[in-house]
Design a protein around this ligand. Structure first.
Ligand code: FES
Length: 147
């Protein structure tokens, strides 16, 4: 992995701390940006992109929850919205085997296939690399991202 682009801390990227995405959270910080109607983001695996004060943010609807990430890969800048959603490999209870958890969504970067947990933004191979995430709320059947 390219370690030259590693942030010093989570708060270094975009000047904000990376936050865990939430679904339908009524009280969240940041300016609210309309993303799409609930109907437009109702199919599992669907996504929408919003420009939030100059930052492209992709909102994925997967597993019944909304997850918002900066629409760029922290490796070399590919758009994560052009990546593929998938599950997550986890180490099994024996500490050796691996189990595929399809209920734990990740996005695979289209350029070099780094894989990011869409809930936390963390690279699943090296959690020092974190894509910024944003809070999501739903009001009156409208999905908003907060930045
Ligand atoms: S740009 Fe290289 S893994 Fe995303």
């Amino acid at each position: 992995m390219d370690r030259e682009r590693r942030p010093e801390s989570e708060s270094d990227w975009m000047g904000r701390r990376s936050a865990v995405s939430r679904c339908s959270t009524p009280e969240v910080a940041g300016v609210k940006h309309f993303v799409a109607s609930v109907d437009e983001l109702s199919e599992d695996g669907s996504q929408a992109i919003v420009d939030a004060d100059g930052l492209q943010i992709v909102v994925f609807y997967v597993g019944g929850e909304y997850h918002a990430l900066a629409d760029f890969c922290i490796h070399q800048g590919a758009r994560l919205s052009e990546g593929k959603l998938t599950g997550k490999m986890e180490v099994g209870a024996d500490g050796i085997s691996k189990e595929y958890d399809e209920d734990h969504p990740c996005v695979i970067c289209p350029w070099h296939e780094w894989k990011f947990d869409v809930e936390t933004g963390r690279n699943v191979s090296d959690d020092q690399y974190v894509t910024p995430t944003f809070d999501v709320s739903v009001e009156d059947e409208r999905v908003y991202v907060h930045r």
